[in-house]
Design a protein around this ligand. Structure first.
Ligand code: GLA
Length: 377
């Protein structure tokens, strides 16, 4: 071969390599997404080395989209959401949001801490749900993009003022999202307060491993590493006991289709119109352990959930009713998404036997959850 030919072939190879590496480079970019409460809202796009992408905005610390590969390495967006801020501002059931100061319900919006009774904003019948009327899902956070060896990182901070939604103490909350090069969305939470308070932060993505808008999640196979769940009253408030799942439709110890028992006559299913309960994750809380595996057989997509939290709220989108249209124009019908919200138990401030959600002045709240994606042949 002529030397000029060798050189030009080498040059072509170099171009190809550059194209491949830039297509799959780890990066984080920022674009303007509008304004909320008179403050700018930005949408960050995190990309990992395998081409997976997460979009996260600083309004509500919301994950607006998350792509994951199927068994043929085809990427689809696996979370429900919108492609414009207005749709989020108009109201939605916590799509992709960080929920706080307290994930899930506090009965009658009341609790007593050190002999003082606190009255919270009530927004779910007589109860307080997901932090109240204007929870952490509806505020503008401060965002800082960075990169580490393990992936692109978006750090979000929010100062919740003393008395906000009725909660005591100025709470400084920090949420660190990392899109790792192992195809994980990792969430590290920390919080501190200047007065004793309660806190229970969680993440509220609605997953559909067939791709958002592509039907319901009833064919997804679920495994939950939990021998017990928390039964509730008809208003979804824990009764106080931890119930054995054995022989009930709440046993997901073996991989089971979500739809297999969902329409049964079990009173707990009837109360919630499907699954909307906390499971008690086996193993030691505080240590990172596997809470759940979801497998979607038509695409081969798998999602594992790992957490340091004692519980996981498994919710089957029972309240989705076809009134919201998602980012690609598809209508979100009942059960078009599933949530696996890692958290302490609902209404813990009123159940002293539950692991405590009290955060003392000077102490640091810490929690980690990982959603790990892969595919099976
Ligand atoms: C949680 C609650 C549900 C519902 C959804 C959002 O999963 O437990 O009852 O509020 O959030 O609609």
């Amino acid at each position: 071969m002529k030397p000029t030919r060798v050189l030009s072939s080498l040059f072509l190879c170099l171009l190809l390599l550059l194209a491949i590496s830039s297509a799959n480079a780890q990066k984080i970019t920022k674009a303007s997404f509008g304004t909320a409460d008179g403050q700018p809202v930005d949408l960050y796009t995190l990309t990992n080395r395998n081409g997976m992408e997460a979009r996260i905005m600083n309004y509500g610390a919301i994950v607006t989209s998350l792509t994951a590969p199927d068994r043929n390495n085809k990427f689809d967006d696996v979370v429900l959401g919108f492609n414009n801020l207005d749709s989020y501002l108009k109201g939605h059931p916590y799509f992709g949001a960080i929920v706080g100061r307290y994930g899930n319900r506090i009965a009658k919006g009341r609790f007593t801490l050190d002999g003082v009774e606190y009255k919270l904003a009530v927004n779910n019948g007589e109860n307080s749900l997901h932090g109240g009327i204007k929870g952490f899902d509806k505020v503008v956070w401060t965002a800082t993009p960075t990169q580490t060896k393990s992936g692109a990182v978006l750090t979000l901070t929010y100062l919740s003022k003393d008395g906000e939604e009725g909660y005591p103490g100025n709470l400084s909350a920090k949420v660190v999202y990392t899109l790792t090069n192992n195809n994980e969305l990792r969430i590290d939470y920390t919080a501190t307060t200047d007065k004793d308070t309660v806190t229970n932060l969680t993440h509220h993505s609605y997953f559909n491993l067939k791709g958002e808008g592509n039907g319901d999640i009833l064919n997804h196979l679920l495994t939950l590493n939990a021998n017990r769940f928390i039964p509730t009253d008809s208003g979804s408030i824990p009764l106080g006991d931890l119930r054995n799942v054995q022989g009930t439709p709440f046993s997901f110890l073996k991989s089971t289709a979500i739809g297999e028992r969902i329409n049964g006559t079990d009173q707990q299913l009837q109360f919630a119109g499907g699954y909307d309960h906390t499971w008690v994750i086996n193993g030691q809380m505080g240590g990172l352990r596997q809470a759940a595996t979801v497998y979607e057989p038509t695409t081969g997509r798998v999602m594992q959930v790992w957490t340091t939290e004692p519980g996981v709220q498994f919710y089957t989108g029972n309240f989705l009713d076809g009134t919201l249209t998602g980012k690609s124009g598809k209508v979100y019908q009942k059960r078009y998404g599933l949530c696996l919200e890692t958290q302490h138990y609902p209404d813990s401030p009123n159940h002293p036997q539950f692991p405590t959600t009290t955060l003392r002045k000077g102490a640091t709240y810490k929690s980690t959850t990982i959603y790990r994606f892969s595919a099976r042949k």
